[in-house]
Design a protein around this ligand. Structure first.
Ligand SMILES: *[C@@H]1O[C@H](CO)[C@@H](O)[C@H](O)[C@H]1NC(C)=O
Ligand SMILES: *[C@@H]1O[C@H](CO)[C@@H](O)[C@H](O)[C@H]1NC(C)=O
Length: 490
């Protein structure tokens, strides 16, 4: 401002005398422009209320697509969901559970050589190696936060499934729940009522598609499956086939899924899981002929809005999708890996040693908070805190976060630095406000920097679902690329 006043003053004085001086005034204004434009380019100024969910559902209009099969995505605990309506606020428990998922993901990389499959007396083997973490009742599983509704069987029964790019096998709880089923909001799928249901026999090639050796009930030659998740949740039962209905016009016959007879843990409410991983048994591979291994989704900015999951089309209109190569990690081919090499905060690239991301980066729909290598996280935190020095830092009881602010006294708008990811192939993902600041919903106006550092340098960098909010995220497995388009849900 000072520069303007002085130069204005000078130019007024000499205006009549000197053309050069008015040129100087123009120059000074230009400098002012240069000084201000970058700051608004590099910060978000948002209404605090825009970061908060509303108590009523306001569905997005972006669901209808002309191509492909599109399902509506809702947040399990938001007002658009039938599940867990009166169950209080889950914001903190979601974050607490998130670490269990991250530990599970990393354990799948490091336990490869250990013969971890557990064989029960009836032949059930657990498909994936497990970390054993206690499942505490009443806690919430991060894996299950985004839900789609699909139809199973003939006639079809509607089932709300958590969708998960970090898992392969689709499963649902099944009658007669021989051992145990948890409570779910819809009727439990009853295979005896479906004319298109069949068991998979132990000798079939379908049975051998299960990742590790499947189990078998010898008397009836029924192929069995079992999966344990990192938080202690589990499902096991018959490996089965039935008709899966995505939309009226999109039906997958003989879809292989787990018909769960013994299910427990933290999936409460949802009927099971829709596996979008890269293994043969995932829906992406099972429907490869139909959808060409292409799907996309948009996760809504708050729990009170909706998004979509579309198969066979890259999703929303927009068009400005930026792509980065899809990579396969040799240690676990099931994950969607990509090459993240830089992060900017407020327009400045963090100084990160080139080896920082060498353990690999995956994008995961089920991990909530993005995990970064410790050194990268501290650089990010330092820069963010510096830019946020005008707001009071507070401590919270959520261990995962160490950079939280009390924004209650800041009026209705807040300003914070933009954060962008630089991905191989020239893609830049400029995170939206709700992908940077996580609302702790404690009514105290506490918001946290929505990132966390890994504590072991062998751990993966994980591009989590908070950071993916509102992007049209395109998984083009056939084209070996992953894309990000802004404004996907709107
Ligand atoms: C599937 O296998 C189970 C276990 O052998 C059996 O109880 C059930 O009746 C079978 N269902 C069908 C439709 O064959
Ligand atoms: C197999 O046996 C285990 C351990 O006894 C039991 O928990 C599970 O329900 C059985 N699975 C099936 C498919 O019957």
């Amino acid at each position: 401002m000072g520069i303007i006043h002085i130069s204005s003053f000078l130019s007024y004085c000499f205006l009549a005398l000197c053309l050069l001086c008015s040129l100087e005034k123009a120059f000074a204004l230009q400098r002012k422009d240069l000084k201000e434009t970058p700051s608004s380019q590099h910060t978000h100024t948002v209404q605090l209320s825009s970061l908060l969910p509303s108590s009523i559902c306001s569905p997005s209009s972006s669901v209808a697509k002309d191509k492909g099969a599109s399902l509506k995505v809702i947040h399990k605990y938001g007002p658009c969901s039938q599940l867990h309506r009166d169950d209080g606020d889950h914001t903190k428990s979601i974050v607490r559970q998130d670490q269990a998922r991250v530990d599970w993901i990393n354990s799948r990389l490091f336990k490869k050589s250990v013969p971890a499959a557990t064989v029960a007396s009836n032949g059930t083997r657990y498909e994936q190696d497990a970390t054993t973490l206690p499942a505490k009742p009443g806690q919430v599983l991060g894996t299950g936060n985004y839900i789609v509704t699909v139809g199973l069987g003939t006639p079809k029964e509607d089932l709300s499934l958590a969708f998960d790019t970090g898992s392969d096998l689709t499963w649902t709880q099944c009658q007669p729940c021989a051992k145990s089923c948890y409570s779910q909001s819809e009727a439990i799928f009853d295979p005896s009522k479906s004319t298109s249901y069949s068991n998979v026999s132990c000798a079939s090639t379908d049975c051998s598609q299960l990742k590790s050796d499947p189990g078998c009930i010898e008397e009836t030659s029924t192929c069995t499956y079992g999966v344990r998740y990192g938080d202690g949740s589990y499902t096991e039962g018959y490996f089965s086939k039935d008709r899966l209905t995505l939309t009226q016009s999109d039906v997958i016959d003989n879809f292989l899924f787990g018909c769960g007879q013994n299910n427990g843990g933290l999936f409460r409410g949802a009927a099971g899981l829709l596996g979008l991983g890269r293994n043969e048994v995932s829906i992406v591979e099972q429907a490869a002929d139909k959808y060409n291994r292409l799907f996309s989704y948009c996760l809504p900015s708050t729990t009170s809005s909706t998004g979509y999951l579309t198969f066979g089309d890259s999703g929303g209109g927009g068009g400005s999708v930026q792509y980065t190569p899809l990579i396969t990690l040799s240690r676990s081919a099931s994950f969607y890996a990509l090459n993240l090499f830089g992060i900017s905060v407020g327009g400045r690239q963090l100084e990160i040693p080139p080896t920082a991301f060498q353990s690999g980066t995956i994008i995961d729909s089920g991990t909530v908070i993005t995990r970064l290598p410790a050194a990268v996280y501290s650089a990010l935190r330092l820069e963010f805190r510096t830019e946020m020095s005008g707001y009071p830092l507070v401590s919270t009881d959520v261990e995962l976060f160490d950079t939280c602010y009390d924004l209650s006294g800041s009026g209705r708008t807040v300003e914070f630095p933009k954060i962008a990811f630089s991905l191989a192939g020239g893609a830049t993902v400029d995170l939206v406000p709700s992908g940077i600041m996580y609302d702790l919903s404690d009514s105290q106006g506490t918001f946290c920097l929505a990132f966390a550092g890994n504590n072991d340098e062998r751990q993966l960098t994980i591009f989590g679902n908070v950071q993916q909010k509102t992007f049209q995220v395109v998984y083009d497995v056939g084209g070996a690329r992953v894309g990000f388009g802004p404004g996907g849900c709107s």
